[in-house]
Design a protein around this ligand. Structure first.
Ligand SMILES: [Zn+2]
Ligand SMILES: [Zn+2]
Length: 338
């Protein structure tokens, strides 16, 4: 069988329509017809081989919404049905038998396979092991839901790790694809939310999403005034900033948590951690149980990413739009294969 996709043939090349001859569905695999796929910054990083793990032809795309079309023999009695609406995120496979997998923390499996390296969602069909094919609950807007599967879970996970409740004071650095979903989830949880944004023009939109406060992150005095305020600060940006004012903005027991892949090492003075029992933490995406919990919350609390649509056939234009920082706030591709 052949699967049509948009592939990078070499690092950073424009994507080309590519028909890939695929073998039979593996035992644990589920095949999904792609309806929508979000564009995440990690797609750009993988297309450009920035992390040194890409191999080509590379089919990126890991914020998939689609329908189950085939089940491998070992995936047939796992609660998924042909025609069911599902989502697939960053991970496509995990070993199912290491300590992390057995403990329900499959995202940390050392043998995990990213969806992109299993041929990802910029395609008419995508495959993943059944555990990572997440049923879409009723009431989730399927056209907009794709970005929840990577961007959403990436910012939801720190809220679980750090026991965030309605009593928590949480700040989010960078209100783009990830940050805006964080604001919406935190609002649903009832937390007090402060957004740090370097784009004053976004202020009203961020308040409308549910932020209690919007602070201009380019204003050093505004940051200094927030010393000792936050139980959790989530960093979603991948660029190096002056971090010290943010460490100073942590309350006692506060956590500075990065999901942004800042390549320059953080310089954290020991006293920023020692005084007040503070910590710096990080995480990637989430495990299947956490993905399911997040989608249940999205359904119940009506959380939908704010997205712009492009037809998948205009994928190179869509990628350029994201690269240029113009996404408002996330781009979703609608599959339009002939
Ligand atoms: Zn494992
Ligand atoms: Zn992603």
């Amino acid at each position: 069988m052949k699967i049509k996709s948009y592939a990078a043939m070499t690092a950073d090349a424009p994507l080309e329509l590519w028909e890939n001859e695929v073998g039979p569905l593996q035992l644990e695999e589920v095949e999904v017809d792609v309806d929508y796929c979000g564009i995440c910054h990690s797609d750009l990083s993988m297309i450009g081989n920035e992390w040194g793990i890409s191999h080509y032809p590379l089919v990126a795309g890991h914020e998939v919404i689609g329908r189950v079309t085939a089940l491998g023999d070992a995936a047939k009695n796992k609660g998924l049905k042909i025609g069911q609406k599902v989502g697939i995120g960053w991970t496509a496979k995990s070993c199912q038998h290491c300590d992390e997998c057995i403990s329900g923390r499959q995202v940390n499996c050392a043998s995990g396979v990213p969806t992109i390296l299993n041929k990802g969602g910029f395609a008419e069909k995508v495959r993943a092991d059944w555990q990572w094919v997440i049923p879409l609950p009723e009431g989730v807007d399927e056209a907009a839901a794709g970005p929840l599967l990577c961007g959403g879970i990436t910012v939801f996970k720190p809220l679980l790790m750090h026991n965030i409740t309605a009593l928590s004071r949480v700040a989010v650095i960078g209100i783009g694809g990830l940050g805006h979903i964080a604001i919406k989830i935190l609002k649903a949880l009832g937390a007090e939310v402060t957004a740090f944004s370097s784009t004053p023009g976004k202020k009203q939109a961020i308040l409308d999403m549910g932020a209690s406060h919007v602070v201009n992150s380019r204003d050093p005095q505004a940051l200094t005034a927030l010393a000792g305020q936050f139980d959790l600060i989530i960093n979603t940006v991948a660029v190096d900033l002056q971090w010290q004012p943010y460490f100073d903005a942590l309350a006692p027991q506060g956590k500075f948590h990065t999901v942004g892949a800042v390549m320059k090492p953080f310089e954290v003075p020991a006293f920023s951690l020692i005084m007040g029992d503070r910590a710096v933490t990080g995480s990637s995406t989430g495990s299947p149980g956490q993905l399911r919990a997040m989608l249940r919350l999205a359904s119940r609390a009506d959380i939908a990413p704010q997205v712009e649509f492009f037809p998948m056939s205009q994928i190179n234009e869509a990628l350029d739009h994201v690269k240029a920082g113009k996404a408002n706030f996330r781009v979703v591709l609608k599959a339009d294969f002939a």
